[in-house]
Design a protein around this ligand. Structure first.
Ligand code: HEM
Length: 387
C-alpha cells in the first residue's frame, strides 16, 4: 500500500499515524491514488498558503473539484480577483452583525434539546448539529424553512466524495447543478424584491461602484452554504466526540462553561473537519528534494500540519489548556476561512447549551463510520445516549 492513499477507508477512520509517516519520511509526497503531491509539515503548508503565485487556487481547491467552480468562487481564485470577491463578500457579511447569530442558535438548540432530553437516545448530527447549522445559516440567508431539508441534501452530496467512483460521481455533479439552479432563482427573487438577508446583501454589496455579477452572487452563496453547513456541522460533531473521548475535559467545561472556547480551538487543531485543500503549481519549484512541475496538483494537509511536533509539542495529546496559536483548522493565508468568527460563536453557544442539558453522554456503538471525502473528515453518525 502506498504511504497515503487518499481513497482508503482506513485513512478516513484515522489519518493521523499516516500523516506522521509523511511528515517524518516523505514531507513532499507524491500520492499515486490522488495524482497529487501532499505537503504535511506545518511550515511548508503555511508557506504554500502565502505563496499563491506558486501554489494557486484558481484551478479549484477541492481535491475532486466540481465543474463550474474553479476560477469563479472565493476559494477558487487568486489575487487580484480573489481580493475583489473577498472584499465584496466581507462587506455583505459585515451587514449581519455577528450578534444576530445568537438568538437563532439558542432558539434552535433549545428546541432540539427538548426532544433529545425526552428521548435520551439521540443521533448527534441529525438531531442537533446539523439542525443548528442548517437552521441558523439558512435563516440568515433568508431561505424558506420548508426547503431546508431539501437544500441540505443538495449540499451534502457535492461536499462528499464517493470513493467507489474514480473522479466525480455524476449524482454529486447533478446535486451541485440543482443547488446552483435553486440559488439562481433565489437571487432573482431578491434582485426584484430586496429583503434583509445575506443573499440580498451579497447582491447589493458595492465597493467603488463594483458589484458581484449574478453568477458570482450564486456561486458565493453556494460556497457559504456548502462551507457553512457541512464544515460547521461536522466540526461540532468532532467536538462532541472529542469531549466524549476526554471526559475530564468535558467535566471541566460543565463546571466552567467558558472553557468551551479553548476546547473549540484545541478541537480545530486536534481534528478539524477540513483536513486537506488543493492548490495547483503555477511555476516549477523544489521542496525537500522533490521537483514539482507546472500544473501539478498539491494537497495542503491542514490536519497534518496541526499535529506537527515542530509547531505543537505533544501534538497527539488533546489538551484544552493548550491554546494553540496559529492552528490550521480554518486554513491560513489569503484563503483563511471567512466564516471563522461565526463558526466559533455558533459552536460555543450551541455546545454550552448542549452540555448544560446533556452533561453526560456515551456512544452506543463500538466503531464509528466515517464520511468519505478527499477534503473533509467527519463521523457519518454519532449515536449517543444519556445515562
Ligand atoms: C468549523 C467550521 C469551519 C471550518 C473547519 C472551515 C474551514 C475552512 C478552511 C480550512 C478554509 C480554507 C480553504 C482553502 O485554503 O482553500 C475555509 C475557507 C472558507 N470558509 Fe470556512 N470553515 C468553517 C465554517 C465556515 C462557515 C460557517 C462559513 C460561511 C458561512 C465558511 C466560509 C468559508 C469561505 C467563504 C471560505 C473561502 C475563503 C477564501 O477563499 O477567501 N466557513 N474554511
Amino acid at each position: 500500500m502506498e504511504a497515503f492513499d487518499l481513497y482508503s477507508p482506513e485513512i478516513d477512520a484515522n489519518p493521523f499515524p499516516y500523516y506522521e509517516i509523511l511528515r517524518e519520511q516523505y514531507p513532499c509526497y507524491w500520492s499515486e491514488s490522488g495524482k497529487l503531491w501532499i505537503l504535511s509539515r506545518y511550515d511548508d503548508i503555511v508557506q504554500a498558503t502565502r505563496d499563491w503565485e506558486t501554489f494557486s487556487s484558481s484551478q479549484g481547491n477541492m481535491i475532486d473539484e466540481l465543474p463550474g467552480r474553479a476560477g469563479a468562487t472565493l476559494g477558487t481564485t487568486d489575487p487580484p480577483r480573489h481580493d475583489r470577491l473577498r472584499a465584496l463578500s466581507q462587506a455583505a457579511f459585515a451587514r449581519k452583525n455577528i450578534e444576530q447569530f445568537i438568538a437563532p442558535t439558542l432558539d434552535i438548540a433549545d428546541r432540539a434539546l427538548e426532544r433529545i432530553c425526552e428521548r435520551r437516545a439521540f443521533e448527534f448530527i441529525n438531531d442537533f448539529s446539523s439542525q443548528i447549522t442548517v437552521g441558523v445559516l439558512f435563516r440568515t440567508m433568508g431561505l424558506p424553512e420548508r426547503d431546508h431539508a431539501e437544500i441540505r441534501r443538495k449540499v451534502i452530496l457535492p461536499v462528499s466524495t464517493d470513493k467507489s467512483v474514480k473522479g466525480r460521481n455524476p449524482e454529486h455533479i447533478a446535486a451541485f447543478k440543482e443547488l446552483s439552479d435553486f440559488l439562481t432563482a433565489e437571487v432573482a427573487v431578491r434582485r426584484a424584491n430586496a429583503t434583509d438577508d445575506l443573499i440580498t446583501h451579497l447582491a447589493e454589496a458595492e465597493i467603488d461602484g463594483d458589484r458581484l455579477s449574478e453568477r458570482e452572487v450564486v456561486l458565493t452563496t453556494a460556497t457559504f452554504v456548502m462551507a457553512g453547513v457541512e464544515s460547521l456541522s461536522s466540526f461540532m460533531s468532532m467536538l462532541a466526540l472529542n469531549l466524549h473521548d476526554h471526559p475530564d475535559a468535558r467535566r471541566r467545561i460543565v463546571a466552567n462553561p467558558e472553557l468551551i472556547e479553548p476546547a473549540i480551538e484545541e478541537s480545530l487543531r486536534f481534528n478539524t473537519s477540513a483536513q486537506r485543500f488543493k492548490r495547483t503549481v503555477m511555476r516549477a519549484t523544489e521542496l525537500h528534494g522533490q521537483r514539482m512541475r507546472d500544473g501539478d496538483k498539491v494537497a495542503l494537509a491542514f490536519g497534518s500540519g496541526n499535529r506537527d511536533w515542530r509547531k505543537f509539542p505533544n501534538p497527539d495529546v488533546y489538551d484544552i489548556a493548550r491554546r494553540p496559536q496559529g492552528h490550521l483548522g480554518f486554513g491560513a493565508g489569503k484563503h483563511f476561512c471567512l466564516g471563522s468568527q461565526m463558526a466559533r460563536l455558533v459552536t460555543a453557544i450551541a455546545m454550552k447549551r448542549f452540555l448544560e442539558r446533556v452533561p453526560e453522554y456515551h456512544l452506543e456503538v463500538d466503531e464509528i463510520a466515517w464520511n468519505s471525502s478527499s477534503n473533509f473528515r467527519s463521523p457519518s453518525a454519532l449515536p449517543f445516549a444519556m445515562p
